[in-house]
Design a protein around this ligand. Sequence first.
Ligand code: ADP
Ligand code: MG
Ligand code: ZN
Length: 477
Amino acid sequence: MEFEPVIGLEVHAQLLTEAKIFCGCSTKFGAAPNTHTCPICLGMPGVLPVLNRKVVEFMMKMALATNCRINPECNFARKNYFYPDLPKGYQISQYAHPPAEHGWIEVENNGDKKRIGITRIHMEEDAGKLLHDEHNPTSYVDLNRTGVPLIEIVSEPDIRSAEEAASYLRRLHETLVYLEICDGNMEEGSFRCDANVSLRPKGSEAFGTRAELKNMNSFRNVQRALEYEIKRQQYILEGGGEVVQETRLWDDTAGVSHPMRSKEEAHDYRYFPDPDLVPIQIDEAWIEAVRRGLPELPQAKRERFVRDYQIPPYDAGVLTASRALADYYEEVVRLSGQPKIAGNWVMGDVLRLLNEEKGDIRTCPIRPAALADMIKLIQAGTISGKMAKEVVEQMYRTGNTPESIIKEKGLVQITDEGALSQTISEVIARNPEQVAQYRSGKEKVFGFFVGQVMKATQGKANPQLINELLKKMLAGG
Ligand code: ADP
Ligand code: MG
Ligand code: ZN
């Protein structure tokens, strides 16, 4: 029997607000343990949470960017469970009345476009972090993260392969980063994903029993964990067994997952509306104000680049990988008027140099204006494409303008016909044998002459001009 995977993803994104969701403590990552805490986020008795308005606006941005409907009213609920990283004994989350629902995003796999539904987006507070000592039977708790704002984005079970899951996650991730509401750092836990997987016989409608996977901290890990889980369930089902509903932890080093706990049901959490927080009302005017503040999103940007700059979709994808890179590219285009050539230089040498030197496009020593100048110098024939490679390298190392590098290195291309004709006559005079060969029809010798002229000019002659003049002069002109 052939099985089909059914996958739904729950993504937690940490929001880039300065303050936590219900108190004024800092959300900055990496501070000394328990220094970003106060009675509110420590869950002391009698304290009252106050909602950070920015959190609602950030949630609305993501909701609008993923085509969700924003509900006019939502509220917070307490999700009760006991764990040492949760001092209050409950997490403030949203349950029965979420703020955003019924969205979708489009993913593309091997050229096929498909919509993945987004069930809901809601706001909640993060829990603290437990640090387990490998050598001692001791665990430490750091509550700096307690109360850091999160949005949870829940997908419909619309995903049908591990690869599709990875594409969906990349789309969500780039959208959050473009919106500047999440730093997207997966290693630091700013973007976390739980994956729900089940299998069903191909062609059947009903879903099978699912397992939930946790602890995957890169796109690649998610894909590997899902591939493993699909195989594991397939093996069970083919052997006539039954998949049990449980939560499993992915172990990336071993490349396997282990059962963590049997799956709890929603009623185990005894959700109820948080009596300390009033319902949130979101009116049309607020939604419109947030909508007006949305930046151009990656997909729209890619489409515009293909349309307006006539560059291939692949190039548009690379050049819109971040807002900063796209802005950089657009500035080079604006100043040089050469979208295709600008794209080649940015995707080629600029990205290669940044990659090698672990640089950031925002502080790239080659400024867009300098790169545009260099493109103009190639177009004007002042330097050859080959020389430009060297110039760009120097621009990166020194931050100097292309003009000053060209002058300093004596790189100017010889485009003066008189001077070049002189060199060519000398080359011709020195090689009578090859001239005779050429004139008797051995056209291949032409390359030899080009090489000789290049050598004589130390590679500085304009290749097109060499070709032109050589042809004329060899023909006896
Ligand atoms: P919970 O909150 O208990 O994890 P939800 O109903 O909110 O459960 O679903 C969580 C995720 O699991 C959603 O992304 C949903 O699409 C997905 N999901 C639900 N049922 C299945 C299933 N049978 N197989 C795969 N994914 C599923
Ligand atoms: Mg879940
Ligand atoms: Zn606090």
